[in-house]
Design a protein around this ligand. Structure first.
Ligand code: PLP
Length: 385
């Protein structure tokens, strides 16, 4: 099938929820992708932070192949080892409580929101402006963006938004009616905005004072993306609950909601569930990803490469370079146009999170040569009007 065939099939049979670029990818390896005509691309988007250890990582491919060939699914009515092992590793490497598995970031946040309401019946959920927590009704209700919410009203009640950078407004919004404060420690979809320490500390204090849960959405910034396994490790603030997805499965769909010991048993039998969640293949994949990301020196290398990428972008003339680890963005006029030209003219995959922001989320395994090459391609783009 040609690209034109795919475009025709899409227009006839696929709901128009995505504006796709006119490229068909057929193969990937590391931080490289190839289209159907054999052209090679540098992938600095990683499937939006999903391809954490690169395309076709041999250990990940082997773990998936081995598990798929042995046992693909049995349901949560029975035990399988990969899920129990993964839950143990996720809990022990973070908040120390228990894990609920699901299939996506939105679902991880749904679990966290339900857990918060189970903890405080009818309680409000306080969120920050600019946040993105997903597209399902609970997660969408926690995403205070008019254009995403308005067409789907009425939303789930009880969500309160405060400005992202205003600790006093946050403190004023939290009370004994609050079930949880839900925050992305580094906002991703709004253009890579690390939340100020003072805001996170205020959230922690208010939650402690009023018995509310502090939930961190690490769907995009977790799993080593910022140079520590979890972004909260760099903030000095420990949440009660954390949500993870995207990079966790390295390409397979899996999400998780992780608690501290104190809130480990809030959700009880029958409270929540999901047919596919915690299936052995996705969990085997996540275990393989964790093996790599928790390997000796891996995260220190992510931090160094993140600094190198940020420095190279600045040297290439990019303005407003910001972010943590390999979660970076910069400002440019007509970011959507630049992202399109990056793809079609420079064969560099990035994306625009808004009219003036280009975001980079390369695989964490990206090489220093690839970082230098991506910066060269961006410099070329910025210098040719
Ligand atoms: C911080 C954050 N939370 C939640 C989500 C939703 O994840 P999913 O698309 O897997 O439902 C995203 C997706 O971009 C995200 O960046």
């Amino acid at each position: 099938m040609t690209l034109a065939d795919l475009e025709r099939l899409e227009s006839e049979h696929v709901m128009g929820t995505y504006a796709r670029f006119p490229v068909e990818f057929v193969r990937g390896e590391g931080a490289r992708l190839w289209d159907d005509e054999g052209n090679e691309y540098l992938d600095f988007l990683g499937g939006i932070a999903v391809v954490s250890i690169g395309h076709a990582h041999p250990a990940l491919v082997e773990a998936v192949r081995e598990q798929a060939g042995r046992l693909m699914h049995v349901s949560n009515l029975f035990y399988t080892e990969p899920g129990m092992r993964l839950a143990t590793r996720l809990a022990e490497s973070s908040l120390g409580g228990k894990v609920f598995f699901c299939n996506s970031g939105a679902e991880a946040n749904e679990a966290a929101i339900k857990l918060a309401r189970r903890h405080r019946r009818g309680g409000e959920i306080v969120v920050l402006s600019g946040a993105f927590h997903g597209r399902t009704y609970g997660a969408l209700s926690a995403t205070p963006q008019e254009e995403k919410q308005a067409p789907f009203a009425p939303l789930v009640p009880g969500f309160v938004a405060v400005p992202r950078d205003d600790p006093r407004a946050l403190a004023a919004a939290v009370s004994e009616r609050t079930a949880a404060v839900l925050i992305e420690p580094v906002q991703g979809e709004s253009g890579v905005h690390p939340i100020r320490a003072e805001v996170l500390e205020t959230a922690r204090e208010c939650c402690d004072r009023h018995g509310a849960l502090l939930i961190f959405d690490e769907v995009q910034c977790g799993m080593g993306r910022t140079g520590t396994l979890w972004a909260y490790e760099q903030t000095g603030v420990r949440p009660d609950v954390m949500t993870v997805a995207k990079g966790l499965g390295g390409g397979l769909p899996i999400g998780a909601c992780v608690t501290s010991p104190r809130y480990a048993d809030v959700l009880r039998a029958g409270d929540h569930g999901s047919t596919f969640a915690g299936g052995p293949v996705s969990c085997a994949a996540a275990n393989a990803v964790l093996d790599v990301v928790m390997g000796d020196g891996f995260l220190a290398d992510v931090r160094e490469k993140g600094e190198e990428l940020a420095a190279s972008l600045r040297a290439a003339g990019c303005r407003g370079v910001r972010g943590l680890g390999l979660m970076l963005a910069f400002e440019v006029e007509d970011a959507p146009g630049i992202a399109r030209r990056a793809l079609l003219e420079q064969r560099l995959v990035v994306n625009a999170t808004g009219p003036t922001t280009v975001r980079l989320l390369p695989p964490l395994t990206v090489s220093r040569e690839e970082i230098a090459e991506a910066a060269r391609r961006i410099e070329a783009l910025l210098s040719i009007p």
